[in-house]
Design a protein around this ligand. Sequence first.
Ligand code: SF4
Ligand code: SF4
Length: 631
Amino acid sequence: MKEWDRLITVEEMEAATERLLETGKKVGADSWQQRVKNQTPHCGFGEAGTCCRICSMGPCRITPKAPRGICGCDVHGIVGRNYLRFTAGGAAAHSDHGRAIAHTLYLAKEGGNYQVKDPEKLKKIAGEWGIETEGKDIYDLAHEVAETGLMEYGKPFGTQRFLKRAPEARQKIWEEQGIAPRAIDREVSQSLHMTHMGCSSLPEALIRQSFRTGLSDGWGGSMMGTEFSDVLFGTPKPIDTEGNLGVMEKDMVNIVVHGHDPSLSEMVVMYAQDPEMIALAKEHGAKGINVCGVCCTANEVAMRHGIPMAGNFLQQENVVLTGACEAIVVDVQCIFPALGPLSKCFHTKFITTSPIARMPDSEFIEFHEETAGENAKAIVKMAIENFDNRNQDLVFIPELKTKCTVGYSVEAIKKCLDGVTNSHVDELGTTKPLIDCVKAGVLRGAVAMVGCNNPKVRPDTYHIELMKKLLENDIIVIVSGCSAQAAAKAGLLDKEAAKYCGEGLKRVCKLVGIPPVLHMGSCVDISRMMILAADIAKDWGIDICQVPVVGCAPEWMSEKAVSIGNYVVATGIETFLGVNPYTKGSTEVEGLLQGSVKDWVGAKFVVDTDLDSLCEKMMACLEEKRAALGI
Ligand code: SF4
Ligand code: SF4
């Protein structure tokens, strides 16, 4: 095993991937690396956002000779509509996830598959939503809160309940700018309506709706997904685990959970620990059962159970290429359809479970909350029995593994901060110690690093290199999604990584007992970051856009990331992107997103594909915010 006491480099990870691709070649497997080559160069119209196919008079594309589509829509309308549709796809994915969790909460019962693990959090949400808690059975309360949450998706009047968590100044901005989200589904649906042929082509209206739809995700669907997951599965607390491909075990049945919804993975984790299943694994010649995760499902089960994280988005094929994966079990989102044909080159069972994500070449075990126990048991059993079919000649597990401490929910962060609060003088449970560090300049600010991998960027380099530079400059980093996994793989979630930081941050890490990069969870858990930013602003007595914090998605790729970007900017947090969002074909749309939206919400997007200048711009933005606050 490698020393954990140093960072694993991207070069080492790439060497491991190369070795795995050799196995792939041997068995005739396809790879994303090859498919990228096949698809390059990309279509310039698509990349600039200047093609439209929303009606059958088209497809139309804009060129100097053809400045309008057949209906007369100009380039700004086309780019703006495409951008809004991009956002709506992302908001729909997160929000449907939130709805599934709300439905699971509705089905929770004493002694059932799903139970209330954090009653305090449930009561807190009920209190915020004006639901009476006194003398009520906890499951009756859970059902009432779940039903109220489900109504948020389609209620006919009013705006989202969770908006009240933002500072009043922010709520006022949302109202005044006409971007306070109403019902979650309504915003997605209205976006599709607005972008229908012959509706909106005015960039300003399209971007405003992009923000409103994004907010319906961040302060609606995603927030509900996170909050209700905590109620059901427990609010994360700091917990130790491991990261990178070396977490797969050569003598064990390896089950990889991949996707997003923790309702499935929680059950798989539970049944993998069942003595009956472990005994069965031993009967099949394995030493036991090893569950590990990929993408956001990995984040969910790592945060709550310390399940090791095998890797992020562009590592999903690697887990199969190890030849040691008995089953890759998926639910929804970010799952390569390539896993089907790839698994056929190995003994791996590719198990799909959701009617929302059906794929060829997979075993479909339809997962229902009502039958969750038996579904999960069947999945675990299938994986165990498949251990017999493993071809040991193909097995290669790279010896890359890091130590990680994860589980930094807002509640956990405040608890850590309580440890350095003088309880005789100050109240507990606030973000004030953090604010004091920022005011004193011990910390210069914070960066929320989120988002995916994208082959357009050398995988993980932007995440890791940016984090290292920020840490050296006393900027604390909070992470989620595949960015968190990049940090995990490198070793930046280890408390020992504090030694790579500037003096101020190093001291804070040692005093508070935290790693310099705080893992806050999955992509829906970016809503935790919104709550943290809101709480800091409230404790400080300023609006969110004044807090020295910025967002960054250096390797983003999905529609969900676009939705996230919109709600982060609309929340007042300047957001830095390392990949262009298909808007460069319109000066008006770019002018809005990267310029004048700042007049609406106090923040904008900054797009820069160069690592160094992206980093410099982020740091300059934090310093500008400090200067404006006089600190
Ligand atoms: S909506 Fe207009 S620009 Fe789009 S495909 Fe139809 S005619 Fe072409
Ligand atoms: S960060 Fe991106 S790739 Fe990773 S799980 Fe989230 S949306 Fe998918």
